[in-house]
Write a protein that binds this ligand. Structure first.
Ligand code: FAD
Length: 317
């Protein structure tokens, strides 16, 4: 089943997003986190993908060695492990950042063999040491170029133009990212919307939004998308506040506004435990408001906030 089919079949559905474990850590903690949320019946589980980053390692002679390392490898394997263990559809993220077209092709072959055909297709974050996004040599610059590669793959063509002997029976279906408060690099909301419409016209079957903390911003974004002729489901992405310093980190990293009422409540917290309680309350109200507004599903950035998400879901279901 595709994600649009899954969400259509379920009232008040939600998905969760998890990170692959850090290199060297086992998968146990990830399973524990999923176990906590499983009783609420998530419709599907997204698995993020992380590009390689420059790291400095100290060497025996006291100097530092600069190496490029992927600190969270294993998205495809984690997706397969989740689908096998929980029988919940897994949605791996496929990104341009840090990947060549050929590496992506290999990942698509692996996923196709595994029967994992629901994807989220993204450009990916820039490298931490870069001031702006730089594509990999032989990689893609934007999500829509990656979409073209997936379209060719679905039609039986590899990147070098050769044809597959056997074309997979189940083609890849995928969603793309949308930004209710505009993508950070976009000159204005209309141009951002122009590119979003291009991604949908190229075959994205749904949109997942960047996180937001004010539901009115989401509903206004959906209205603008509909006016621009975008008809696919637009799944709101939300996350519970869990630390006081997220008050400055979230706007900086994700380019989102924190509504004044929430900001004031967090500023009044004495410690992160109090911030977590405020976060759960806000998240619960947000999720209830989204359901009341008839959203197709809710995407939860559960990442490092599993316990808060669990508390909120207990309030809701
Ligand atoms: P694009 O669609 O390529 O857009 C990037 C910018 O370029 C936008 O400003 C857009 O308006 C503009 N644009 C788009 N197409 C073109 C074009 N053809 N020509 C010129 N300009 C264009 N990052 C990760 O690294 N790993 C993840 O797992 C991950 N998961 C995410 C999940 C969700 C739900 C969301 C919302 C984001 C996620 N991100 C992830 C972050 C995302 O990769 C970044 O926000 C990235 O900067 C943009 O990705 P995109 O797919 O929206 O890019």
């Amino acid at each position: 089943m595709t994600i649009p089919d899954i969400i259509k079949s379920k009232d008040k559905g939600f998905s969760i997003e998890v990170l692959p474990p850090l290199k060297g850590k086992g998968i146990g903690q990830l399973f524990e986190n999923i176990d906590r949320l499983r009783e609420f019946d998530p419709s599907y589980i997204n698995i993020t993908t992380h590009r390689s980053e420059l790291v400095y390692r100290s060497t025996a002679n006291g100097l530092y060695q600069r190496v490029t390392e992927r600190t969270r490898p294993g998205t495809v394997a984690v997706a397969a492990a989740i689908q096998q263990r929980y029988e919940i559809p897994a949605v791996p993220h496929i990104i341009c950042s840090g990947y060549s077209k050929l590496e992506t092709e290999y990942a698509l072959i692996d996923l196709s063999f595994l029967g994992i055909t629901n994807l989220l297709v993204l450009r990916g974050d820039k490298a931490k040491h870069d001031s702006r996004f730089t594509p990999n040599e032989n990689g893609h610059s934007h999500a829509n170029e990656l979409q073209q590669q997936i379209r060719d793959f679905n039609e039986g063509r590899f990147i070098d133009g050769t044809e597959m002997d056997i074309v997979a029976e189940n083609p890849f279906d995928y969603g793309v990212a949308g930004y209710p408060e505009k993508h950070e690099e976009s000159p204005n909301p209309d141009i951002d919307l122009f590119w979003l419409k291009q991604k949908v016209d190229m075959g994205a079957s749904y949109i997942v939004t960047q996180m937001f903390f004010d539901n009115d911003i989401y509903f206004a974004f959906v209205k603008r998308c509909r006016e621009a002729g975008i008809t696919v489901p637009i799944i709101p992405g939300i996350k519970p506040f869990s630390t006081i310093n997220q008050l400055t980190i979230l706007p900086k990293v994700f380019h989102v506004d924190i509504p004044s009422d929430l900001a004031k409540a967090i500023m009044a917290c004495k410690d992160d435990n109090e911030a977590k309680a405020v976060g759960v309350e806000w998240f619960t109200a947000q999720m209830k408001g989204l359901y009341a507004g008839g959203v197709p599903s809710v995407h939860i950035y559960s990442l490092n906030a599993t316990k808060s998400v669990e508390k909120a879901l207990k309030n809701i279901f």
